[in-house]
Design a protein around this ligand. Structure first.
Ligand SMILES: Cc1cc2nc3c(=O)[nH]c(=O)nc-3n(C[C@H](O)[C@H](O)[C@H](O)COP(=O)(O)OP(=O)(O)OC[C@H]3O[C@@H](n4cnc5c(N)ncnc54)[C@H](O)[C@@H]3O)c2cc1C
Length: 384
């Protein structure tokens, strides 16, 4: 069979593509291939409400079985795509089947970057899948101490959740402040204070060099300078790489993601959306690959509209949020480390504020802590 649309990756990007196609009246045949066997689920809660035990698997499901059935799409879950032939318009799966397509949408997301030596050790976790979340939680429940290697968004969220579970937490990162790449120096400094006040040992300017092995169980992390940080559990959050290995040799341009034009087209009849996709930016002439949920949804909607022949304008202001302790931080725009940041509402002491970031005198981002309404208003005022 040749599907009118074949989607590879059955998570938020792939699912939103299918839902948008149907919502726009697309009646063609649709197949969705997903490497994970479980029904599509949401990843953001994995480091928050799943890790803390507040939500279970059912509560993070993106759609129930009946909703999926109503999409009239064939879901091939637990199947991995291994090879793409763009000339023949086929994708070969790990069970040997070759699926034909008229249009292909790639939404394969990311693969966590491992720390050398981590594979063989018990107690070392990355966090990308539900299994990772459940396994990390089970280990945290019997642990006294955890070291989190990498203080990006994910690392900070895991540190906050583990601390709230009562563990001794060390957060290790070579940068001078947490989340420098995502939020810049000023907000990073506030995050440093937040974690420190809550009792996390924040080792910034500190590079992890290895894991300490005691009969196959991790017992610590070594850092540059020679110190060993004791830990019963280690969470490795040192970034991820786009899941494109299977596309090597397919003829698609790969360069930290699937390289696409500003409409998400990677080749004739091939589109890419979400964390794996690097879209060119028509305004700046550069390109962006964003790792957040909102971007995956927006790109998927846009590509589905493009397939149905009625494309929208793609104008998206990057957005992400993060929950740490009792703080929800929201950031619209891109916040370079060296931006000038000024407070426009509230105060850091009250844990409610909005800041605007400027580069070369031009607003490039707005960020808020516990200020959902005010940050939306600032977005409209400064970035629209
Ligand atoms: C723990 C965690 C917390 C997060 N928190 C936030 C947050 O607070 N805010 C926010 O905005 N974003 C957050 N994110 C990011 C957000 O979840 C992602 O941006 C979003 O999931 C991207 O969706 P996607 O569909 O592009 O990729 P993914 O969700 O990664 O899905 C890709 C799917 O493709 C499958 N796949 C890969 N290769 C193949 C193959 N060859 N064949 C078949 N299937 C394949 C994978 O198994 C996976 O199921 C978080 C992510 C994680 C992991």
């Amino acid at each position: 069979m040749t599907a009118d649309v074949l989607v590879v990756g059955a998570s938020i990007g792939g699912l939103t593509t299918v839902e948008t196609l149907r919502a726009r009246g697309f009646r063609g045949t649709v197949q969705v291939v997903g490497a994970e066997s479980r029904l599509p689920y949401d990843r953001p809660p994995l480091s928050k409400k799943v890790l803390s035990g507040v939500w279970d698997e059912e509560q993070i499901r993106l759609r129930g079985p009946q909703e999926l059935e109503r999409l009239d799409a064939e879901f091939l879950l637990g199947r991995r795509a291994l090879h793409l032939d763009t000339e023949a318009h086929t994708v070969r799966l790990d069970d040997g089947r070759a699926l034909g397509y008229r249009r292909l949408v790639l939404a394969t997301g990311l693969t966590p970057r491992p720390l050398p030596g981590a594979d063989s050790l018990r107690g070392v976790w990355a966090l990308r899948t539900f299994e990772d979340g459940a396994g990390l939680r089970a280990d945290l429940l019997t642990a006294r101490s955890v070291a989190v290697v990498g203080a990006g968004v994910l690392g900070c969220e895991i540190a906050a959740t583990a601390r709230q579970m009562g563990l001794h937490v060390s957060l290790i990162d070579p940068s001078p402040v947490p989340m420098l790449r995502q939020t810049g120096a000023t907000l990073g400094q506030l995050l440093y204070q937040l974690h420190t006040e809550r009792g996390v040992r924040v080792l910034t300017g500190s590079r992890a060099t290895g894991l300490v092995d005691d009969n196959g169980q991790v017992v610590g992390v070594t850092v540059e300078g020679g110190e060993t940080i004791p830990a019963d559990v280690v969470a490795v959050t040192i970034g991820s790489t786009p899941a494109t290995d299977w596309l090597i040799g397919s003829g698609l341009a790969l360069g930290d993601g699937i390289v696409c034009d500003e409409r998400g087209r990677a080749a004739a009849d091939v589109h890419a959306v979400g964390d794996v996709a690097r879209w060119s930016d028509g305004t700046t002439g550069g390109s962006n690959r964003l790792e957040n949920r909102t971007n995956a949804v927006h790109q998927a909607r846009f590509v589905a509209a493009d397939i149905t022949g009625a494309p929208d304008d793609f104008q998206q202001i990057p957005y992400f949020w993060t929950d740490q302790y009792d703080i929800r931080m929201q950031v619209f725009g891109s916040l370079p480390a060296d931006a000038d940041v000024r407070l426009i509402e509230g105060t850091p002491e009250s844990r409610r504020f909005v800041m605007v970031a400027e580069k070369d005198g031009r607003p490039v981002a707005v960020a808020g802590w516990n200020s959902a309404k005010a940050v939306m208003a600032a977005k409209t005022a400064y970035l629209s």
